[in-house]
Design a protein around this ligand. Structure first.
Ligand code: SF4
Ligand code: SF4
Length: 372
């Protein structure tokens, strides 16, 4: 039996082996030059970063992958999905709709011209264009997979490896959060769904929630009501209702079992087209405690580590975390005292993921160098 492999190349560079050469090395070791067949549609799933977040992946890495996919004979396109928060303001704003997000992506340097391939928002204009995949999860029974995934022959997740408040934010998070629609994101962040309090509604004169509802399922003329059969729990209405402190439409944030929910979403994404279609590359550079979905380029927790690649999302994240644990931390980081907790809480991803068959923590780590 072939052992599962994680390829790793460190951050040491020279003129004939720079970080883009190293990315190509990982791509080739993953077998993608052979596995991509002529005409294959290949999604490069990444994150364009919020405006103000200066730690996100540089466009040159994405462009390099685009060129490699083309060289292999494939048809590449670059993708991300919308976020839940409504509007352009606030620490999570700017990704509500496709045009908003593409405009902000351009401000961060990501355009089709720069990348050499079409850029899409995989869950459509509102972020609710999805395909439902039933799974046997403990918390989630139906995963809201971004619809564009269905048309892919291969998906390469090019992930900025860093942390977020519940642990490592690597390939598993890029898949379990970044490849689902808004209802899928709500299933992680607000599992109780939308709560309606008609007595708190300011009435027809307000109506701010009505125009932001992508399924037009809110009625405020006599008394506030929501057609639950049509509601996709996108969170738009609760966002705008919260801005006026009315509290009539509420989606409560919950941290409960968040890692497990992300894993269950990832399982649904894998099952949508088959786990053998996915490849995972973690760029462990510019590593802070904050995710790229926050409009802050937080101080770095450690020095850059390098690039990890695998056909297994748990293996690649596990190997990345092991390297993070061995790295010298930046004493200037205000989160240095939170590091051990972040490492410890990351284990929930691996534990639940292995249990559900999303991946494996037993692998061979293969160091790549120029001579190989
Ligand atoms: S935004 Fe809130 S207060 Fe205004 S109409 Fe909608 S539910 Fe009522
Ligand atoms: S009612 Fe449902 S679908 Fe409409 S905006 Fe609110 S959460 Fe979204």
């Amino acid at each position: 039996m072939t052992r599962l492999k994680v390829f790793f190349t460190d951050r040491q560079t020279r003129a004939d082996y720079n970080m883009l050469d190293k990315l190509e090395h990982v791509f080739r070791e993953l077998g993608l030059m052979e596995e991509i067949k002529a005409g294959d549609k290949v999604m490069i799933k990444t994150h364009f970063g919020l405006y103000g977040n200066t730690n996100h992946i540089r466009p040159a890495y994405v462009r390099k992958l685009v060129d490699l996919v083309k060289a292999a004979g494939g048809y590449p396109f670059v993708a991300d999905t919308c976020s839940r928060a409504y509007g352009n303001d606030g620490p999570y704003g700017g990704r509500t709709t496709q045009p908003e997000y593409l405009e902000r992506a351009a401000m961060n340097g990501f355009t089709s011209g720069v990348l050499g391939a079409p850029m899409i928002i995989a869950d459509g204009y509102w972020g609710v264009d999805v395909y439902k995949v039933p799974i046997e999860g403990e918390y989630i029974k139906s995963v809201d997979v971004a619809a564009a995934t269905l048309d892919c022959d291969k998906v390469i997740l090019l992930t900025h490896a860093k942390f977020h408040h519940i642990g490592i934010a690597g390939s598993l998070k890029n898949m379990g959060v970044g490849m689902v629609g808004k209802q899928g994101k709500s299933a992680i962040h607000c599992p109780d769904g939308l709560e309606v309090f008609p007595e708190k509604c300011l009435g027809y004169e307000c109506s701010k929630c009505v125009s932001v509802c992508p399924t037009r399922c809110i009625e405020v003329s006599d008394k506030l009501s929501v057609d639950a059969d049509k509601c996709v729990e996108c969170g738009h209405c609760s966002s705008v209702c919260a801005t006026i402190n009315a509290g009539a439409l509420v989606m409560r944030w919950s941290m409960s079992n968040m890692a497990e929910r992300i894993i269950e979403n990832a399982l649904g994404v894998q099952q949508s087209i088959g786990s053998d279609k996915f490849y995972y590359i973690n760029l462990a550079i510019d590593i802070s405690d904050l995710c790229d979905c926050v409009s802050v380029g937080a101080p770095l927790l450690m020095h850059d580590l390098g690039i990890f690649g695998s056909t297994d999302p748990i293996a690649v994240d596990h190997a990345t975390l092991q390297a993070m644990k061995n790295a010298k931390l930046n004493p200037a980081s205000p989160k240095i005292n939170d590091f051990d907790r972040l490492v410890e809480s990351s284990q929930s991803f691996f534990k639940h993921g292995e249990k559900l068959g999303v991946g494996n923590i037993h692998y061979e780590l293969i160091f790549l160098s120029k001579s190989k």
